[in-house]
Design a protein around this ligand. Structure first.
Ligand code: GLC
Length: 566
């Protein structure tokens, strides 16, 4: 088994716009992050994944970059960044940058040049096509956040491709000059001392030549582009080249956001031979398609979560490394999406979910506020949304008649990316201590009770529980490297699994339900140490009745369990 620092690390995702505002303009910034590094050290995380801080006109909150080597005005300056990096490193915290290179902003100088004329040296940096004979778009693809994937540029009479918004033109990775420009930029950041990259939609960078029309789902306006854009013909070749020219020269954490990834593909992207990336994000457990595409208003069920997470645990064993996450800036809040955010069960289920995830094999990712059990926001009106995807969604589903407003609205409220983007809840002062100004997006009204200040000194808080989980990962290497095995595969309430490494064994038991559940301790774990439990259980033996959302983890060594030194 190959050991690596990033396999032993816990990553914390910072969404800078919503983390901490230092200057009262209502928008989080880099100095704000620096001011909260001690909080992160206290939590015990090892790495920050920083969502984009680069220069950007913010059509997609920084995922549309107009200068890869400069900082967004609202977030501060490069000097602020350098200070933050040094201060993070001084606390033993590494910093991983978001790398958004499937597309740039339409304001990037490459695109500004590219659209000037057909023979501009940068023309081929992007994907331009002539209209069809009748003047219509080159193909029927729809864009990810609604509308067509092509926009006509009047000046030169050609369309350019954008898999996301029209302000995010796709870069042409088939052009070696594009690849070199991206690799130079990446080397520049590595020389600065950053510790890795999270690669935005990296599975999309190679498109199938000819860009054929996509199939249309019943009632859909546009064709699906995924079969021609996801894991395209040269994607592995380009990532291998990136590895040779950049990644292999440094000791980095690399994680690819790989929409639509299968186990087979993941094993290529994150092959243990190290020729591409360290790990990938897969989305099978967060993207159930039950109502209107990704839009639904039902929390995920134990069966769905267990089946998907276990599949990735088993199938990547020995082939590639897993990343473990339940939420991020594109997902609803974990406790609302997977657990139960009622007053009665919020804390218990947040701790249970954390246990379920952090005891698995892979590198865990905590999304800001998850460690407090922050919840979805009670949206009541479209005007409260800031996210382009959420704003466009009604148009895509309701205006086209594929869903009624009544049926769609609760789904939008439940799955909107803005649930994750409400400000971090630091304390119970105005605006949750996030800003002294007017926040760019509403603060969740539950900040009076759900906030960091209240939780840091409370040994029973969700925050303190996370701290303990993180300490356990440092102390017990079976949690990092042990083999995963599911037990009670079909149980309707209990999600339980073991981890095994040589003589060391771990048992993780989670009641993934709001009812009591029966659990019989496997005899081999009688007398094992209880490492952590969320509801104060004292007796772990024989037949037990688990409380709703109760969980615990047992550790044993060899054949003699109990208080063994390790
Ligand atoms: C990724 C990002 C998301 C962004 C999209 C386009 O999925 O996580 O926030 O909107 O790519 O860059």
């Amino acid at each position: 088994m190959n050991k690596a620092w990033w396999k032993e690390a816990v990553v914390y995702q910072v969404y800078p716009r919503s983390f901490m505002d230092s200057d009262g303009d209502g928008v989080g910034d880099i100095k704000g992050i620096t001011s909260r590094l001690d909080y992160l050290r206290e939590l015990g995380i090892d790495v920050i994944w920083l969502s984009p801080v680069y220069k950007s006109p913010n059509y997609d909150n920084g995922y549309d970059i107009s200068d890869y080597q400069d900082i967004m005005d609202e977030f501060g300056t490069m000097a602020d960044f350098d200070e933050m990096l040094a201060e993070a490193h001084a606390r033993g915290i590494k910093v991983v940058m978001d790398l958004v290179v499937n597309h740039s902003s339409f304001q990037h100088k490459w695109f500004v040049e590219s659209r000037k004329s057909k023979d501009n040296p940068y023309r081929d940096f992007y994907i331009w096509r002539d209209p069809k004979e009748d003047g219509s778009r080159p193909n029927n693809w729809g864009a990810w956040f609604g509308g067509p994937a092509w926009t006509l540029d009047e000046a030169t009479g050609q369309y350019y491709l954008h898999l996301f918004t029209p302000q995010q033109p796709d870069l042409n990775w088939d052009n070696p000059k594009v690849r070199d420009a991206v690799f130079d930029m990446m080397n520049w950041w590595c020389e600065k001392g950053i510790d890795g990259f999270r690669m935005d939609v990296i599975s999309l960078i190679s498109k199938v030549p000819g860009l054929p029309d996509g199939e249309k789902a019943p009632g859909a306006v546009y064709g699906k582009h995924d079969p021609y854009t996801v894991h395209g013909p040269h994607v592995h070749e380009y990532i291998k080249e990136m590895n040779r020219k950049v990644l292999s020269k440094y000791d980095l954490l690399t994680v690819g956001e790989t929409a639509g990834v299968t186990v087979e593909q993941a094993a290529k992207y994150a092959n243990v031979d190290g020729s591409e990336l360290g790990m990938v994000f897969q989305f099978e457990h967060v993207e159930s398609e039950r109502k209107f595409g990704k839009w639904t208003d039902e929390p995920e069920t134990i069966g769905f979560v267990r089946e998907n997470l276990s599949k990735w645990q088993y199938d990547l064993e020995g082939k590639a490394w897993n990343s473990l996450f339940l939420d991020n800036h594109d997902q609803p809040r974990a406790v609302s999406h997977f657990g139960n955010d009622s007053e009665e069960f919020r804390e218990a289920s947040a701790k249970m979910l954390a246990t379920m995830l952090h005891m698995m094999k892979g590198t865990p990712y905590i999304y800001q506020g998850q460690e407090l059990g922050m919840t979805n926001y009670p949206f009541t009106d479209v005007s409260e949304f800031r996210d382009i995807e959420s704003i466009n969604a009604c148009r895509e589903w309701v205006d086209t008649g594929r869903a009624t407003y009544e049926a769609f609205w609760p789904c939008l409220v439940f799955k909107s990316r803005d649930n994750a983007r409400t400000p971090m809840q630091w304390d119970d002062s105005e605006n949750a201590g996030f800003t002294t100004g007017t926040p760019w997006i509403n603060v969740n009204p539950n900040y009076k009770t759900v906030n960091a200040k209240a939780q840091m000194d409370d040994p029973n808080s969700v925050f303190s529980y996370y701290k303990k989980l993180l300490t356990l990962r440092k102390r017990y290497d079976v949690i990092v490297y042990g083999r995963y095995d599911l037990i009670m595969k079909e149980d309707p309430q209990v999600f339980a699994y073991t981890r095994t490494m040589d003589e060391k064994r771990l048992l993780c038991v989670c009641n993934y339900s709001d009812k009591q559940a029966a659990f019989e301790l496997p005899a081999e774990f009688e007398g094992a140490d209880c490492l952590i439990t969320n509801l104060g259980r004292e007796n772990v033996s024989g037949g037990m009745t688990l409380k709703p959302y109760e969980c615990f983890v047992l550790y044993g060594y060899g054949k003699r369990y109990g208080n063994m030194e390790i």
